[in-house]
Design a binder for this molecule. Structure first.
Ligand code: ADP
Length: 220
């Protein structure tokens, strides 16, 4: 489903280049839940952005299904991403001036129809947020923000969700709830890749891949 072939990413820098990813080989099968774990600075965010089609690797190829993602033009890649991949980030990345349901609906990437609104509201209901749909993100708790972000990630019925430290700003109860929702996406046949430095998601994962200094050091 997701395949990284010898992917390296080098950031240019004033004080010399940083090799953030070093010839990564990684296969994530369809319907698999893989946790990529590594300490801060090990390349987790770079890996997630690269395999999500948002950051072109310096070398190597990223395949999603039958598609070599970086063979697309930027516009095609954005469309492919919107249709196939949902993202959940540690800092939520909600749009502050839109309400909760409008944030979810915005993932459709087009003007909001009655059916997009209905889908957004129904996802929010499933995530226990019916009472918050007309609130602004600033009026939500961290857990509610992340559940809104999950609803947004689910709107286009993606086959894949990529999550970057999604419980990093949550207390244990909310972290558990968010992991339950991500896990039910996986239980329903979704492919999930989560990067994290913590162990919260281990009980839910099929496999854990360890990253250190931009390289995969162990996988089980
Ligand atoms: P993690 O998510 O595991 O903390 P990152 O992928 O953010 O790791 O970073 C990996 C390495 O790449 C770090 O040394 C970081 O300082 C460096 N890095 C990340 N983004 C950039 C950037 N835009 N420019 C230069 N160096 C970067």
């Amino acid at each position: 489903m997701i395949r990284l072939e010898e992917v390296s990413k080098i950031y240019p820098g004033r004080n010399g280049q940083v090799k953030a990813l070093d010839r990564i080989q990684l296969n994530v099968k369809e319907k698999e839940f893989v946790v990529v774990r590594g300490p801060s600075g090990s390349g987790k965010s770079t890996l997630l952005l690269t395999l999500g089609g948002m950051l072109r690797p310096t070398q190597g190829a990223v395949w999603i299904g039958e598609q070599d993602v970086y063979k697309f033009s930027g516009k095609e890649r954005a469309e492919f991403r919107a249709q196939n991949v949902g993202f959940v980030f540690q800092m939520f990345h909600l749009i502050p001036y839109l309400t909760v349901w409008e944030n979810v609906a915005a993932a459709a990437g087009k003007s909001v129809t009655a059916s997009i609104r209905k889908d957004s509201l129904s996802l929010l209901e499933g995530l226990g947020l019916s009472h918050r749909v007309s609130h602004k993100p600033s009026e939500l708790s961290a857990g509610e923000k992340q559940r809104t972000a999950i609803a947004r990630a689910l709107l286009n019925k993606p086959k894949i969700i990529l999550a970057d430290e999604p419980t990093g700003n949550l207390d244990p109860d909310n972290a558990h709830e968010v992991l339950q929702h991500l896990s039910s996406f996986h239980q329903n046949g979704g492919t999930l890749l989560m990067v994290t430095h913590g162990k919260d998601a281990d009980p839910y994962a099929d496999r854990i891949v360890y990253l250190r200094d931009g390289a995969v050091v162990e996988s089980n």
